[in-house]
Write a protein that binds this ligand. Structure first.
Ligand code: CAA
Length: 384
């Protein structure tokens, strides 16, 4: 039985900052941010947004009444509660059926991949059911930190089913876990702690080690792939891993892989880091901005600091162009409003506190955090 991704939805907040303006505000040469890091814009979530509201926005785009959903998994490292899962909040926001399993997975940027693999197993045992896997995160390092330029926010929702119409999982996968201190966020902190340069190094080491194992286990070489997609914390990062393969192939093949990589980073350049959704935003970007062909095999590199890595392959399905709503996805990116660096700093400083509430009239999204009452987060859906 073929199992894979049948539908994909994407959401990012409607406000963004310009990266050149951020560089100027931080007294940094703009080329460092636009070329050295490779970003152009960064999405800024509003006070009423979090991993719950963004997950609802992305999933709302792909859920239909005839989906027989039995499992909902949210991968996130910006969870809103230590006990209650983001997926549980979604059940009434999205009118999900009662008889489902709904929970959250955390392992930094690997969470959504873990969810997809679990969903694959679930559909294998329950072929008439579908599993909704959502990656939803706010990447936050803090004002004037080295990581600030690599912030971002957004969500990718994926429906996993049998006979998928976008991508099929190939059952070719290798994975590894090591206890590494490259990046972490303690429960007391809203912002992440990163050993930036070390994290770059561990990312590339994981890719190299997994690639060796993948080749051995599945008897493959670089020449078997036209496209490799990477977790993209910032758009230059995946290229650091791709470059390690330069000596394993000829110039033409490497140029093709690089061209496809460029198509995969177009959207991340405009949004920033989605943490666990970044690899899947790269996938969407490649499917929309590249030259993908039905039957094409893609190698996916998922990396979550801390650290778990997985390398696995998928195959593009014949109907993918009809199913992926590229116009809707492009609209999400194009219908955004630029805000100034000081506006962004103000938003960054103001989290909704216990006792605070939000007026409908201040909201320009469908789902929002309405109130925090007795420390409980209460959400609302606006009928647009
Ligand atoms: N023009 C062009 N390029 C310039 C430049 C200029 N004027 N000035 C500097 N650069 C280049 C540098 O040469 C460097 O290029 P290379 O990476 O190719 O060497 C690049 O710009 C960045 O410069 P620095 O290394 O000096 O930048 P930095 O010290 O400010 O830190 C960072 C960069 C480590 C990525 C930092 O932003 C950070 O800590 N980010 C958060 C952690 C992170 O994203 N890690 C990625 C791997 S971990 C992961 O993937 C999980 C996750 O999602 C977090």
């Amino acid at each position: 039985m073929d199992i894979g991704i049948d539908k994909i939805g994407f959401y990012t907040p409607k406000k963004y900052i310009d990266i050149v303006e951020l560089a100027k505000a931080r007294n940094v040469d703009p080329d460092k941010f636009t070329i050295g890091i490779g970003q152009s814009k960064q999405s800024v979530p509003m006070q009423y947004q979090d991993s719950v509201t963004m997950a609802a926005e992305a999933a709302d785009q792909i859920i239909s009444d005839d989906d027989n959903i039995g499992l909902v998994i949210v991968g996130t490292e910006s969870s809103v509660d230590e006990s209650k899962a983001v997926a549980a909040f979604l059940t009434d926001l999205l009118n999900l059926p009662k008889n489902i399993r709904a929970f959250e997975i955390k392992e930094a940027c690997y969470g959504a991949t873990a969810g997809l693999k679990m969903a694959e197993g679930y559909v294998a045992l329950n072929p008439d059911k579908k599993a909704l896997v959502i990656a939803s995160d706010i990447a936050r390092y803090g004002i004037n930190t080295p990581g600030e330029v690599t912030q971002g926010a957004g969500s990718v929702a994926m429906m996993v089913s049998q006979n998928p119409r976008i991508l099929k999982f190939d059952h070719e996968e290798v994975y590894m876990t090591k206890n590494v201190g490259d990046f972490w966020r303690p429960t007391f902190s809203k912002t992440a702690f990163a050993r930036g340069k070390f994290s770059n190094q561990v990312y590339v080491e994981f890719f190299s080690e997994l690639w060796k194992k993948y080749q051995t286990d599945f008897n493959q070489t670089v020449n078997n792939f036209d496209t490799m997609l990477f977790h993209i914390p910032y758009t230059k990062m995946g290229m650091k891993a791709l470059k390690t393969l330069k000596d394993e192939t000829d110039l033409d093949k490497f140029a093709e892989l690089s061209e496809h990589y460029q198509a995969s980073i177009k959207m991340s350049r405009e949004v920033g880091n989605l943490y666990t959704g970044s690899l899947y935003l790269g996938l969407i970007s490649y499917l929309i901005n590249g030259d993908p062909k039905p039957g094409e095999k893609i190698l996916m590199f998922s990396y979550g600091s801390g650290a778990v890595g997985e390398l696995y392959s998928v195959t593009i399905q014949p109907e993918f162009r009809r199913i992926l709503d590229s116009e809707k996805i492009k609209k999400v990116l194009n219908n955004r409003e630029k805000i100034s660096i000081s506006e962004y700093e103000n938003i960054f400083a103001k989290d909704l506190q216990n006792g605070d509430s939000i007026n409908d009239s201040d909201v320009f999204d469908k789902f929002y955090l309405r109130e925090i009452k007795e420390s409980e987060r209460l959400y609302k859906k606006i009928k647009l």
